[in-house]
Design a protein around this ligand. Sequence first.
Ligand code: NAD
Length: 295
Amino acid sequence: MTKILDGKVVNEKIAEQLRTEIAKRGTRPKLVIIQVGDVPESNAYIGRKKAFGQKIGAEVKLKRFPETISQKELVGQIIVYNRDPQYHGIIVQMPIPKSLDKDQIIDSISPQKDVDGLTSINLKLLWENRKEGHIPATTKGILTLLDYYKIPIAGKHVVVVGRSFLVGKPTALAFLNRDATVTITHSKSKNLPSITKTANILVVAAGKAKLIGRNHVSSGQVVVDVGINVVNNQKLETRNQKPGTEPHDRKIVGDVDFESVRKIVTAITPVPGGIGPMTVASLFENLLETYKSQT
Ligand code: NAD
């Protein structure tokens, strides 16, 4: 029978561990989430982070700025939080308006407070496989979920679909650091099924609903679906659809055609309830690390 890799169960276990550890310490870790503009999906993600923080006894402050904020002003605000010892972690919620230089903004976060693990310094530490850095939350969540279900990584062939800065690249690197043999595919890769079928572990982070179907997988595989796509019953639509065109009966699906793929593979993550809850839990594991290093 196909094993469902349940991120909600592991999220609960991590929450319990973090809650116990924070309760023992007497003081609380504090995270600030910086939001620029008002993207509805960001509001949903921020809501989940706040709820998880509350559950474990961490403080989560949301600091909102208008879309019109200048680069200089935003960087200045981040520097204020870098210097404020009350805050142990800083997140800039993506996406931010295109008018802002994302890389410069991320790099203005102190690496010691970078719980998303996306500053150049933390990415370099991941690149070098050094333990003192913070691993990007989604990547960390994928590895923690596989470890929880005792799925071996070393020596396995891992195929990552997607090469983004946020998910694909750091995830491929983290698997390499765990001694996997890694292949990265992307939108220009030719004959995707011939590559994905050779994976022992297939990680999909493309943002395309039903990209991976029965022809892309083979028996014995472990499939990790990172995608989050909004769809309705008639027509598949990605999260990039225009505001106001969202269907009434919207639901969230991954990049993998779950029902047909689950019949073939050994283990698979559901969407929702797979990597999403793992990402949130991993973010707060990173917060606990930054908090410990600052107190
Ligand atoms: P992105 O748009 O930055 O990158 C998508 C990547 O997929 C690109 O590298 C592109 O080359 C590749 N791609 C697109 N079409 C492809 C195709 N037909 N074949 C092969 N590769 C293809 O997106 P992202 O930020 O990496 O996010 C990917 C998905 O993961 C999105 O649905 C996003 O919402 C989701 N996501 C989920 C979590 C979570 O916690 N579960 C966290 C972050 C992102």
